[in-house]
Design a protein around this ligand. Structure first.
Ligand code: HEC
Ligand code: HEC
Length: 263
C-alpha cells in the first residue's frame, strides 16, 4: 500500500472511525509505525525484547494474553500501566500520539493487520494523522507563530480557520510549497531600509505621510519607522512565510496537510 493511498483512506474515514491499516510488509509507508518503532526500541525493548518476545523483566507481547488485548485495552495498558508490576504508566512521559504509534508498532510485531480505535469521541481529531499534524503546527514546524485557528496563534499570516473548505487541494499545496506565488491580499511584506543600512522586513500594517508601521516577522512587535529617518520603504514580493513545509519529511507533510484540511 503506498502512502498516498493510506492518506486518502484516512481522509475518507475521518468522520467515523480512525482506522489505521497496517500492512506488515510496508512498515515505513505509514507515519506512526516508524516512529512507534523508534519509541519502542528506546523505552520498551529493555523489558519486552527487541521483537516483543519478552525478557526477564517483562512479558512477551507477541503471544500470550497481550495478543488478545483489544486495541483500546492495548492503548490503556500502555497509558495507565499495571499497578504493582514493573509496567509503569507511560501517560506522563509519552504523548497520546506516541502511545498510539507504539501500539501500532506492537500490532505490527504481532503480525496483526489493523489497529482500530472505536469512536467514543469520534471526530476529526480521532485521525492520528490530524493529531500529529496539529502537534507539528503548534510545535516544531512553527506555524502557530504566524497563524491562528480557533482564536489561538499569531497574526503575521492569515487565520487558517475554514481553510479546508476555502482552498482547493492544489491551492493549499501551492500556498505551502510556493508561498510567494500568490500572496494573500493584505498580508504582503514590506522592507524598511534604515540609515545605517540595516533592512527590516515585516508585515505591513499602516502607513502615513510621516511613518510606516511594520509588524515584526515573529509577530511580537509593531514598530513605527519615521520616513525621514529611513532611506527606503519597499514592497517585498517575497512572502513572509518561510518554506518550512518543503523541508519537512514526507510523512510530516502528510500529517500537516491532514490537519490543515480538517480546519
Ligand atoms: C521495567 C520493565 C518494563 C518496561 C520498560 C515496559 N514494560 Fe510493559 N510490562 C512489564 C511487565 C512486568 C508487564 C506485565 C504486567 C503484568 O503482570 O500484568 C508488562 C505488561 C505490558 C503489556 C500487557 C501485556 C499483557 O500480557 O497483558 C503491554 C501491552 C506492555 N507492557 C507494553 C509496554 C510498552 C509499549 C512499553 C514501552 C512504552 C513497556 N511495556 C515498557 C514491564 C515493562
Ligand atoms: C513568519 C510567519 C509565517 C510562518 C512561520 C508560517 N506562515 Fe503561512 N503565511 C504567512 C503569511 C504572511 C501568509 C500570507 C502571505 C502569503 O500568501 O504568502 C501565509 C500564508 C499561508 C497560507 C495560505 C492561507 C490562505 O488563506 O490562502 C497557508 C495555508 C499557510 N500560510 C500555512 C502555513 C503553515 C502550515 C505553516 C507552518 C509550516 C506556516 N504557514 C508558517 C506567514 C507565515
Amino acid at each position: 500500500m503506498n502512502s498516498s493511498f493510506a492518506l486518502l483512506l484516512l481522509r475518507n474515514l475521518k468522520s467515523a472511525l480512525a482506522i489505521l491499516v497496517l500492512s506488515g510488509l510496508s512498515t515505513t509507508s505509514l507515519a506512526g509505525v516508524g516512529e512507534g518503532q523508534e519509541l519502542y526500541n528506546a523505552y520498551c525493548q529493555i523489558c519486552h525484547g527487541a521483537l516483543g518476545e519478552g525478557q526477564t523483566m517483562g512479558k512477551p507481547l507477541t503471544d500470550g494474553p497481550a495478543n488478545r488485548l483489544a486495541d483500546q485495552e492495548l492503548i490503556d495498558v500502555i497509558t495507565d500501566g499495571r499497578a504493582g508490576t514493573g509496567m509503569v504508566a507511560w501517560e506522563g512521559s509519552l504523548s497520546e500520539v506516541e502511545i498510539f504509534d507504539i501500539a501500532s508498532y506492537i500490532r505490527n510485531l504481532q503480525g496483526k493487520p489493523a489497529l482500530i480505535l472505536g469512536g467514543d469521541d469520534s471526530g476529526p481529531s480521532d485521525d492520528p494523522n490530524v493529531i500529529a499534524g496539529e502537534m507539528l503546527f503548534n510545535g516544531s514546524a512553527g506555524c502557530a507563530t504566524c497563524h491562528s485557528y480557533d482564536d489561538q496563534g499569531g497574526s503575521v499570516g492569515p487565520s487558517l480557520d475554514g481553510l479546508g473548505s476555502r482552498l482547493s487541494d492544489d491551492a493549499l499545496t501551492q500556498a505551502l510549497t510556493n508561498p510567494s506565488a500568490p500572496i494573500v491580499s493584505g498580508y504582503g511584506a514590506k522592507e524598511v531600509e534604515q540609515e545605517d543600512g540595516t533592512i527590516v522586513r515585516g508585515r505591513y500594517r499602516n502607513d502615513s505621510e510621516l511613518a510606516v508601521q511594520i509588524q515584526s516577522e515573529d509577530g511580537r512587535r509593531w514598530v513605527t519607522y519615521f520616513k525621514e529617518r529611513v532611506t527606503a520603504v519597499r514592497d517585498s514580493d517575497e512572502s513572509l512565510m518561510p518554506d518550512t513545509f518543503a523541508n519537512l519529511g514526507a510523512s510530516e507533510q502528510q500529517q500537516l496537510l491532514a490537519f490543515l484540511k480538517s480546519l
